[in-house]
Ligand binder design. Structure first.
Ligand code: ADP
Ligand code: MG
Length: 163
């Protein structure tokens, strides 16, 4: 299967939340998603969209200091990582890094570059870029499952946003 990438225009915060929601709906509650992009690019906003779609109520903030925040909603487990402050990829071992990825869960990883070598392969990688006042999102499939996610998410997004 050919893996390809798709770039979407994400014009405002609400559209970023929508993208997360559509990924959640495509995901069957599992998979590993890497989120690339500078500070402020919208990674956490995207994660909020995912979590809200699963039924999480309340705030979502980057677990910058704890590195990972687990969410258990409606029988579903979602791990939200923010590895920005990870000094060394090996530190992931101390928080039990590997174990998170072995379970039937959805793992959202901000700053995966900081964990290079200590993280499993992603199913799909998303790169957010500034395109002021909005953003762009490049969705890239790594695995076959990731390709399903990209295809379904992009199709649903284009349908919803008419872009
Ligand atoms: P990151 O986690 O990448 O550092 P955040 O998700 O915290 O970024 O978002 C930073 C700011 O960007 C927030 O104020 C958010 O509302 C805004 N934002 C997110 N997505 C978009 C978008 N597509 N267009 C415009 N602003 C956005
Ligand atoms: Mg963040």
């Amino acid at each position: 299967m050919t893996k390809n990438s798709n770039e979407l225009l994400i014009n405002n915060e609400q559209a970023m939340v929508c993208l997360g929601k559509l990924l959640a709906e495509a995901s069957q509650g599992e998979g590993i998603i890497f989120l690339h992009g500078d500070l402020g690019a919208g990674k956490t906003t995207f994660c909020r969209g995912v979590l809200t779609a699963f039924g999480h109520k309340g705030a979502v903030k980057s677990p910058t200091y704890t590195l990972v925040e687990p969410y258990h909603v409606n029988g579903q487990t979602i791990y939200h990582f923010d590895l920005y402050r990870l000094g060394d990829p090996e530190e992931l071992e101390f928080i039990g890094g590997r174990d998170y990825f072995d379970q039937k869960s959805l793992c959202l990883v901000e700053w995966p570059s900081k964990g290079k070598g200590a993280l499993p392969q992603a199913d799909m990688e998303i790169t957010l870029n500034y395109n002021l006042p909005g953003r762009t999102a490049l969705l890239y499939a790594v695995t076959d499952y990731g390709q399903q996610l990209v295809t379904a998410t992009v199709a649903a997004y284009i349908q919803q946003q008419g872009d």
